[in-house]
Design a protein. Sequence first.
Length: 304
Amino acid sequence: MSFVPSTRVESPTERRNPRTLDIDRVPTAELLQLLNNEDRLLPDAVRAVLPELTQVVDETAARLGAGGRLHYFGAGTSGRIAVMDAAELIPTFSLPPGVVVAHHAGGEAALTLPVEGTEDSVELGAGDAAGVGPGDVALGLTASGRTPYVEGALRTARAAGAFTVLLSANPGALLADLVHVHLGVDTGPEAIAGSTRLKAATAQKMVLNSMSTAVMVALGHTYSNLMVDVAAANGKLRGRVVTILVEATGLDESVCVDALGAAGGELKTALVCLLADCAPAAARGALQVCGGRVRAAVETVRNS
């Protein structure tokens, strides 16, 4: 089969890193130090885009609070990171499936094995974004900032009226003009040229962690820094629910267990009961009125 040349990707992630030119010649300990030195650059690179990320979090929280959805679009490593973030929100915050949706080029088969040509298809991205609505958020992840699959998805989403975001490792990304906000994290050249599973991927994970966590906090899925919407689906998590009540109220474990029983196992209901000294019915009513936000529900009960 003959080789068919294509357009060369212009991105900082494709350049050779002058700090790691001898990575194949040094002892293992020094090799690992070189990799760690590159990783240590990432927190500051992510910090530089926090003003733009603030805008994305506020807009996403508002749209999800109004019934909209958050869609991730990515290929390869970027898509896998998106799938991981979306999946972990369900048990951590009891988020209903379908609120945050990860679209990976090539579908489930591409999560473990490469599916040739999918990331180069604008049409595939457009097709995967066909269900995006005007009240949604569409976030495309691509290290280079040029992946055709992501381009197709973002063009379609923006045409539908969605709020669009590009997360890349290229401040000069070609797709930046397609979106409302570009999170261009300047991760620089990789330790292995073009291997964006390294710094670019780590930065994407950091940004998505911060973004989705901040959105969940804004939507009332935490009380203080406690996961009061955690799904207690196993023994460890059932124990954590009791620990959360003890930490949040300062009360004895036996009191918290009794409150959970009276609340039918509903953590938030039990917490409001304990903090506001009320019956489960009053706690449930206040939580419903306050959109599940514990602090507001406690104040509502106290002022009623």
